[in-house]
Design a protein around this ligand. Structure first.
Ligand SMILES: C[S@@+](CC[C@H](N)C(=O)[O-])C[C@H]1O[C@@H](n2cnc3c(N)ncnc32)[C@H](O)[C@@H]1O
Length: 292
C-alpha cells in the first residue's frame, strides 16, 4: 500500500513538472530530482515587493515625483518586472537577459499569470545588457550583484555608460553590493526556507584580482540535494571602484545606502541608510543610487 502511495506521488510530481506546474507541489514533497531551481531561487533569494517599494521611495527622495518606467537588467525570470507592473496601472517594465531558457521559464511562470492589459506593459529583450538602451526609462536596476559578472574595468564602465544612456533626464540607476572580510572567505552558509534549505557557497576568492566563485545549492527534507543550481564567477568590486566607474561613466551623484543591524539577531534589519564611510562590519550589504 505504502509502495503504491509513493508511486502515485512520484507520477503526480512528474506530471506537475512536465506541465510546468511544479509550483503546485506541496512544499514538504520537494526533492532534488523534481525541484525547479527557478522556483526555489525566487522564494529563497528574491524579495520583489520590498524592492518595488524601495525603488519608488528612492526615486521620490531624488525627484519628489513617482517613477513609472523600469528596466531590469540581468532580469533572469523577471519577477521584479512582474511585481512592478502589478503594483500600479501606469507602471511599465523592460526585462533584459541573454539567457533564452530562463526568459522562457519566466514567460510561463511570470508573464502567463498576468492580466492581458498588464502583459502589454511588459517588454522582454533577449540581449546583452550592453546593447539595450531604448526606450529610455525612469529607473534602471541590476540587483543581486548580477553586474559583478563584468570583471574588467572597461566592461563595467561600458555597462554603466549604457545604463546612463537608457535613462530619461534625471533618471536613477540602482544597484546592490556587499563586502566585508566575510565576503572574501571561502565558506558555506545554510538558511531554512519553507520546505527546503538554501545554501550559499563562496567557493574561491583571489585577493589580487578579486575574482570570486559563488554557488547556490538547495537541500531537501528527504536528504537529497540540488547541487550547483546556480554558479557565478564574479569580481568582488569594492565601493571606491564602483563609485569611481559610475562617475567616470557620467553619473552626477553616487550615494551608498547601507543596511543596519538587528542587534537581537545580529542579522540585517532591512533598513538602508545613506552612509559616506560605512561601518566596519564582518559583512555589509548596500544599495547604490546613481543619478543622471
Ligand atoms: C544572478 S542572475 C540575476 C537574476 C535577477 N536579476 C535577481 O535579482 O535575482 C544573473 C542573470 O544575468 C544574466 N546575464 C549574465 N550576463 C548577462 C549579460 N551580459 N546581458 C544580459 N544578461 C546577462 C544571466 O543569464 C542570469 O539570468
Amino acid at each position: 500500500m505504502l509502495h503504491l502511495e509513493r508511486k502515485f506521488k512520484l507520477i503526480f510530481q512528474h506530471l506537475l513538472r512536465n506541465l510546468s506546474l511544479v509550483h503546485l507541489m506541496p512544499r514538504n514533497t520537494y526533492t532534488a530530482s523534481l525541484a525547479d531551481r527557478h522556483i526555489l531561487y525566487q522564494e529563497a533569494v528574491q524579495n520583489p515587493s520590498f524592492e518595488v517599494d524601495m525603488i519608488r521611495r528612492m526615486y521620490r527622495k531624488y525627484h519628489k515625483n513617482d517613477p513609472y518606467s523600469l528596466k531590469e537588467d540581468f532580469c533572469g525570470t523577471f519577477l521584479l518586472c512582474r511585481k512592478w507592473i502589478e503594483k500600479n496601472k501606469n507602471h511599465s517594465a523592460i526585462g533584459v537577459d541573454l539567457d533564452k531558457k530562463t526568459l522562457r521559464w519566466g514567460e510561463i511562470h511570470n508573464r502567463e499569470p498576468m492580466k492581458p492589459e498588464q502583459k502589454k506593459r511588459l517588454t522582454l529583450s533577449c540581449a546583452n545588457v550592453l546593447d539595450v538602451s531604448h526606450p529610455k526609462v525612469d529607473v534602471v536596476v541590476a540587483f543581486n550583484f548580477s553586474y559583478w559578472i563584468l570583471q574588467k574595468q572597461n566592461e563595467l564602465l561600458s555597462y554603466f555608460k549604457n545604463a546612463l544612456r537608457s535613462l530619461q533626464k534625471n533618471g536613477l540607476l540602482l544597484l546592490d553590493a556587499y563586502g566585508g572580510p566575510e565576503a572574501e572567505r571561502e565558506q558555506e552558509e545554510e538558511r531554512k526556507c519553507d520546505g527546503f534549505k538554501y545554501v550559499w557557497e563562496q567557493s574561491y576568492f583571489y585577493p589580487i584580482t578579486r575574482e570570486m566563485g559563488c554557488k547556490i545549492h538547495f537541500r531537501f527534507k528527504d536528504k537529497t540535494e540540488l547541487r550547483n543550481a546556480y554558479v557565478y564567477r564574479w569580481r568582488l568590486w569594492t565601493p571606491p571602484e564602483i563609485s569611481s566607474l559610475l562617475y567616470q561613466a557620467g553619473f552626477k551623484a553616487v550615494d551608498w545606502y547601507l543596511e543596519g543591524t538587528d542587534h537581537q539577531t545580529d542579522e540585517g534589519n532591512g533598513i538602508f541608510r545613506k552612509s559616506k564611510r560605512g561601518t566596519n562590519a564582518d559583512t555589509w550589504i548596500a544599495y547604490i543610487a546613481a543619478s543622471k
